[in-house]
Design a protein. Sequence first.
Length: 410
Amino acid sequence: MNRRDFLRLGVGGGAATALAPALPALAAGDGGDYGPLLPPDANGLMLPEEFTAREIARAGEPVGASAYPWHRFPDGGATFEAKGRGWIYVSNSEAGRPDAGASASTFDRKGELLDAYRILGGTQLNCAGGPTPWGTWLSCEEHPTGQVWECDPTGAEAAVARPALGVFSHEAVAVDPKRRQLYLTEDQPNGRFYRFTPTEYPDLAAGELEVATVDGKRVTWLAVPDPAAEAVPIREQVPESTEFNGGEGVWYHAGVVYFTTKGDRKIWSYDARAETLETLYDAAADDGSPVSSVDNLTMTPTGELLVAEDQPEEQELLLVTLDGQVTPLLRLTGQSGSELAGPAFAPNGKHLYLSSQRGGDGGITYVVTGPFEKAKKKKKGKKNGDALGVPGPALALMAAGAIWRLRNRA
């Protein structure tokens, strides 16, 4: 199948979504649903038993049988279901011009690579972003005059800048389809947490951009006077707004917006209904924390958070298990100075895509397959809970206890 045949199938349904709620509390620990990590494979990846990985793309080299060279410095990514057959994996390029932008690779229902092509060019430092429920990819530029670009994963339609979402050092974005709003992070030491309400959802051409002010747990949203930042950076326009130290990945699920801040190694939970914010995990407050850094964020098909690490030596993709522990789902070795980026599950929940941003001197993208459904066994017989996504009374009590322990340390 060539690209033209694949495009005729169309795209729909948006990114692969989590099938179950995430825990509202994290606690450091060992173990996990999938068992210990085995020695490194040929790719330098340490995986649990029954899991395998293969390289699907390398910067500067043609992807599969296509003539398209994969982009440098792959970063944020997401998958999109294609109507009738397979899926698309989209990946940003955190390079400068002319290499930056975003690319896509297509796969059949078995996960076999079909084609690759560019969906965004002429931009720079495209870091993370986020998928939309209507099936587009929002690519974020991470520099002072950065914008959000809305992209068609098939490449059939040209990407469009969305300046109404603000001009700043964008990191990532997540959509709340119930309240028809978007949440955005800013990768600066004194960055902010933003909310965008489209005038005519899901059209992102116009709307109101707001910035968060946090008092205790309560969040108040204040309008940004000049989203174009023609005279003053957005984060300085509302003095009473709250600083967040290096905003990174953000993900929405079941009424909750999860996001990370790398400067203080925290994972946050914003309850969109109650408009309250809590720190779910503070690595600095845990002497034995397995969390060395936090970056891109997504969820597994069974509802656990996955946090990609950005650190100089070995990097890990951290799994927040159903019993509230943080353990590595995988570890990358032999690629010092790189970082893990772009984790995203295929719609079938059996293929996990991710990249080593500087592996091989320009970036390598992998796919990991294995029995991710193992975690489902622990969910049997449990019903979904409140807006925080607690999967049942027992887990609710456990999560509350974990929150109490985190708050009462030291």
